[in-house]
Design a protein around this ligand. Structure first.
Ligand code: NAD
Ligand code: IPM
Ligand code: MN
Length: 357
């Protein structure tokens, strides 16, 4: 088989630190599964921006259109305004390639203790399906009367029937395959145009899935429930902003924001999908070599799954679990290990050199 062409965009800060060892783990696991990779490295980042005035070259999206998948570290760094860096790189990729599903598993891995006191016999194992192309993330709006006491800003949310329907359908299909329940994040009591529309379209789409029980939760109550009773959730569908906030919370309840993975999927496979950790560039710890690489590695495992290699994906997750139970942890999980030390345990495990074989 021909090599899988993967665009590699480490980006900024710890993005570069967690990406490098991840490519090594992918090569190691690929070797065992007849998978080879052709890496196409791109240094598109805030540093690139300060040199060129752009986050990526003019033909950046055209170049990404030629690959099978995209691996991304993190984008954004002090010195370049976040709305410039993110709307110059991350968000255009998600939109150009219709990666309308942002799939974010929230699963407590063996070896990690949740900061929550979980109920007896309860575990955390659900998936957030975040709408990834529209909603609250919008360019519609503006600022007026700058500097005057009447200064104001207007930010419009844009929800479309097609946009809600397709992400709801994905979430309902996933719920039908899993435990048969879907929680839909809403705020139709406070946001009176878009959220009642969201609820309606989710309901209408659910009519095709009689086997799935759909329950609406207001986002405020839902957030509390993530903390008080995360064991009740199976699949959660949420708009772009709600899903963003919920998934940092989800990462926190499984122990660290450094672990959580994210797959920006074009489910039809017409365009490349993009795999990245949930976390950002973490300027506060960048350059110290202590970033947790597990979020990036877990995201890489999701890429293997998406490529149709569930066995290879499972081996990477097993390697992640082996690193956790070995006690080799980065400081965010209470350890003293470095990024490369943790990634090395994962790599040893997938190459069969680890203690657990
Ligand atoms: P962040 O996720 O970068 O950091 C939040 C906190 O979590 C920090 O204390 C950080 O040290 C810690 N943390 C994050 N990842 C970690 C890891 N792998 N190991 C150990 N600790 C980790 O969020 P932020 O501070 O809000 O954002 C920093 C920059 O990253 C901003 O420019 C933001 O816009 C950008 N960002 C980018 C992405 C992305 O590219 N997808 C995602 C989120 C934030
Ligand atoms: C994420 C990030 C991005 C988002 C930011 C950096 C624009 O927080 O991927 O979760 O909000 O989508
Ligand atoms: Mn986020």
């Amino acid at each position: 088989d021909r090599p899988v062409r993967v665009a590699v965009i480490p980006g900024d800060g710890i993005g570069t630190e967690v990406m490098e060892p991840t490519l090594g783990v992918l090569e190691a696991v690929g070797e065992r599964h007849g998978l080879t990779f052709e890496w196409r490295h791109h240094d598109w980042s805030c540093e690139y921006y300060t040199r060129t005035g752009r986050m990526m070259p003019q033909d950046g999206l055209d170049r990404l259109a030629e690959v099978d998948q995209i691996l991304l570290g993190a984008v954004g760094y002090p010195g370049v305004p976040d709305h410039v860096s993110l709307w110059g790189l991350l968000i255009p990729i998600r939109r150009a390639f219709e990666q309308y599903v942002n799939l974010r598993p929230v699963r407590l891995l063996p070896g990690i203790e949740s900061p929550l006191r979980l109920r007896e016999g309860s575990s955390i194992d659900f998936v957030v399906v975040r709408e990834n192309n529209e909603g609250e993330y919008s360019e519609v709006g503006g600022r007026m009367y700058r500097g005057s006491p009447h200064e104001l800003a207007v930010q419009e949310s844009v929800f479309t029937r097609r946009g809600i329907e397709r992400v709801a359908r994905y979430a309902l299909t996933l719920a039908a395959e899993r435990g048969g329940t879907l929680a839909s994040a809403t705020k139709s009591n406070g946001i009176i145009h878009t959220m009642p529309f969201w609820d309606e379209v989710v309901r209408e789409t659910a009519a095709d899935f009689p086997q799935v029980e759909v329950r609406d939760y207001h986002i405020d109550a839902l957030s509390a429930m993530f903390v008080l009773d995360p064991g009740r959730f199976d699949v959660v569908v949420a708009s772009n902003l709600f899903g963003d906030i919920l998934t940092d919370l989800g990462a926190a309840i499984i122990g660290s924001i450094g672990i959580a993975p994210s797959a920006n999927l074009n489910p039809e496979g017409v365009h490349p999908s993009m795999f990245e950790p949930v976390h950002g560039s973490a300027p506060d710890i960048a350059g110290q070599g202590v970033a947790n690489p597990l979020g990036q590695l877990w995201a890489a495992s999701m890429m293997l799954d998406h490529l149709g290699h569930p066995d290879a994906a499972a081996e990477v997750v097993a390697g992640i679990e082996a690193s956790l139970t070995s006690g080799m942890r980065t400081p965010d999980l209470g350890g003293t290990a470095s990024t490369t030390e943790v990634a090395q345990v994962v790599r040893d495990h997938v190459t069969g050199q680890g203690a657990a074989g």
